[in-house]
Design a protein. Structure first.
Length: 523
C-alpha cells in the first residue's frame, strides 16, 4: 500500500479507539468500561505508565479506578487517542484537578491556557485560590499577576470578599499593585470589611498599615480616614495615621515623592513615559529615558539604536514602540524602527511610502497610522497605515490640508488630527512654566506631560505637567539630558515594568525618629 500523506498515526488511533481492535486492557470507572490500549495511555500519562508497567503484572487486563467519573475518564481516553480535549467553563476545574492527579500534563496545560484566557476582574481571585488545589505554578502566577495589574477593577468585585485577611495583606503589600492612588487600596479594605464587619473589623489596623497613607493627601485623611469609626476606636489605627501625617508633612516640606519605608513607598506605575531621541546639541541622540510618574524619577535605558533621529513620531502597539520617519540633520527618512519593550532590542520593519519628519503617529484597531509630515521639500497631506501582521504600509485617503508638526489621536473609533497647540506666556491660561517649542508631549494618568524642547536659546531638560482639575502647570523631575525634537510615548501593560523604573529598594530610607523631632520643633 502506498503512503499518500493523509494516513497518520492519529487516524490509526481513531480507528483503534472506535473499533477496539488490539485493545489489551479494560478500565472500569463508575460502572463504565473503557477498552483501551496500554501503550497509547502510557504516552500521555506518567500515572498510567506506572500503573501498567510497575504497579501491575503484564498479564493483568482489568483495572478499576476510584475517585473519578466516567465523563472525565472519557475525556482522558479521547485525549490519549486524539491528542485534544474539549474544555468548557463547566468542566475545566474538575478536569484540571483530575488531570493533575493522574499526571496528564497535556490536559493540565490545555486547562491552564483556557483559564488564563478566561481571566477577568470577576473571576481572577477565584482562579488564583483554585490553583492551590493542584500544581499549576504558571496559572497561579498569571492569576495573581492579573489581580495586581487590574486591582482598580478587582477591588469592587464580589470575589474580593472571598479573600482571607492574610491573602488580602499579601496583595496590598506588593509594590507592583497597580493603582493610581492609595485611595483605591483604602476603599478596597472598607469594601472587604463591610462584607462581615462583626468578624473583620478587628483587622482594620493590620490592613491600614498596608495603605501607603503618606502618599495620599491631608484632605483624604481628614475626610475619608479619620471619620471612620473603626479607626477612631483603635489606638493602633490612630498611631498609623499620625505617623503617615508626619511623614507626609516632611515629604511636602522637602519636595520628596517617596521613601523606601512602606508608608511612603511609591508603587510601580501601570504605565511609563518614554522620551526617545531628539537633538542634544548639534547632533541627534539615541538616548531613551523612562519616567516613573509615581516616584517622579527618570531612568536611563541602555539601547543599541543605530542612526539616531529626531522629529520622528512614536506609537505603542503589541509590546513594541514604533519610531516612524524622522530627520538626522541631513536626511529625511521613511524608515520605521520597532523597539521591543520585553527584550529591549531594536528591529527594522517595512519602510513607509513617503519620507516623513514632524509626522503625526497614532494607533487604531491594531494599525499604526502615519499622517502628514515633511518630506524634505514640502508639507504632506497624505497618510498611510502599517499592519504588523503583514509588515506592510498601505496608503489611505489624504487629508484636506497639508500639515506637519500636528498632534493626532483616536476618538470614537476615528483618527483625529489637530495642529499642535501653542502655550502663551502672555496669558494665565495653559501657560507653561518654561515656554518652549519642539517638545515631547503625552498624556499619562490624566496629566498632560511636556518634556524637553527648545526655549529659543537652547535645548532644555525641563519637564512639567498640566493638571486639568487644578487648571495649572506643575514641575516634574527633569530629564538627565537636555534635548529638543524628541518624541514621547506612553507604554502600558508591561510585565517587566520594574526594569524601566527606579528600584524601590534604591529609594532613600527615612529615619522616622528625625521626622518626630522635626514635628516637635514645629510646635
Amino acid at each position: 500500500m502506498s503512503y499518500d500523506g493523509k494516513y497518520s498515526y492519529r487516524s490509526v488511533n481513531d480507528e483503534l479507539s472506535r473499533t477496539r481492535k488490539l485493545s489489551d486492557a479494560v478500565i472500569r470507572v463508575d460502572n463504565a468500561e473503557f477498552h483501551i490500549h496500554k501503550i497509547i495511555l502510557c504516552k500521555c500519562s506518567h500515572y498510567f505508565r506506572a500503573l501498567f508497567l510497575r504497579w501491575s503484572t503484564s498479564d493483568q487486563r482489568v483495572y478499576v479506578i476510584h475517585g473519578l467519573t466516567a465523563q472525565l475518564m472519557q475525556l482522558f481516553v479521547d485525549f490519549a487517542y486524539a491528542g485534544s480535549v474539549l474544555v468548557t467553563k463547566d468542566n475545566v476545574k474538575d478536569l484540571l484537578l483530575a488531570a493533575d492527579r493522574f499526571n496528564i500534563i497535556g490536559i493540565v496545560q490545555t486547562c491552564c491556557a483556557f483559564l488564563t484566557e478566561q481571566l477577568c476582574p470577576e473571576n481572577c481571585i477565584g482562579i488564583w485560590q483554585f490553583t492551590r488545589n493542584c500544581y499549576t505554578p504558571d496559572l497561579q502566577r498569571n492569576a495573581f499577576q492579573y489581580i495586581l495589574y487590574h486591582f482598580e477593577d478587582v477591588a469592587s468585585s464580589n470575589e474580593l470578599q472571598q479573600l482571607s485577611v492574610q491573602d488580602l495583606c499579601d496583595i496590598l503589600d506588593r509594590d507592583d499593585l497597580m493603582v493610581k492612588t492609595e485611595n483605591t487600596v483604602y476603599e478596597a479594605i472598607l469594601h472587604w470589611i463591610a462584607h462581615a464587619p462583626w468578624e473583620r473589623g478587628d483587622n482594620m489596623a493590620v490592613l491600614l498599615a498596608k495603605v501607603r497613607l503618606a502618599l495620599t493627601s491631608v484632605e483624604f485623611i481628614a475626610i475619608k480616614v479619620l471619620t471612620n469609626h473603626l479607626i477612631q476606636d483603635s489606638r493602633k489605627c490612630l498611631d498609623i495615621v499620625a505617623l503617615a501625617t508626619r511623614v507626609m508633612c516632611h515629604m511636602n516640606t522637602n519636595s520628596v515623592c517617596g521613601y523606601r519605608n512602606l508608608v511612603a513607598r511609591p508603587r510601580l506605575p501601570s504605565a511609563i513615559l518614554l522620551a526617545i531621541g531628539g537633538f542634544s546639541g548639534p547632533n541627534p541622540t539615541h538616548l531613551i529615558e523612562a519616567y516613573d510618574v509615581h516616584a517622579n524619577t527618570w531612568a536611563d535605558l541602555v539601547d543599541n539604536m543605530e542612526h539616531p533621529h529626531a522629529y520622528f513620531g512614536t506609537a505603542f502597539l503589541g509590546n513594541s514602540v514604533y519610531c516612524v520617519g524622522g530627520f538626522d540633520g541631513r536626511r529625511h527618512y521613511n524608515t520605521v524602527r520597532r523597539f521591543d519593550v520585553n527584550t529591549r532590542t531594536w528591529h527594522q520593519v517595512a519602510p513607509m511610502h513617503f519620507r516623513r519628519c514632524s509626522v503625526s503617529v497614532t494607533v487604531l484597531n491594531g494599525r499604526v497610522y502615519a499622517i502628514g509630515g515633511v518630506d524634505g521639500r514640502i508639507r504632506l497631506k497624505n497618510a498611510e497605515y502599517y499592519m504588523p501582521e503583514t509588515n506592510q504600509w498601505t496608503l489611505i485617503a489624504s487629508m484636506h490640508e497639508h500639515r506637519s508638526d500636528a498632534s493626532c489621536t483616536t476618538l470614537n473609533n476615528k483618527v483625529i488630527s489637530l495642529p499642535k497647540f501653542s502655550f502663551s506666556h502672555k496669558t494665565n491660561q495653559w501657560t507653561m512654566i518654561c515656554p518652549r517649542s519642539n517638545f515631547g508631549i503625552q498624556v499619562l494618568e490624566d496629566r498632560l506631560f511636556v518634556a524637553g524642547g527648545n526655549t529659543g536659546v537652547s535645548a532644555t531638560n525641563m519637564v512639567e505637567y498640566y493638571d486639568a482639575h487644578a487648571a495649572t502647570w506643575f514641575p516634574a523631575c527633569d530629564m538627565a539630558v537636555s534635548r529638543s525634537a524628541l518624541s514621547c510615548c506612553v507604554v502600558s501593560g508591561l510585565a517587566n515594568v520594574g526594569h524601566f523604573v527606579t528600584l524601590r529598594s534604591e529609594l532613600p530610607w527615612l529615619q522616622l525618629e528625625e521626622v518626630a523631632l522635626e514635628m516637635e520643633d514645629d510646635f
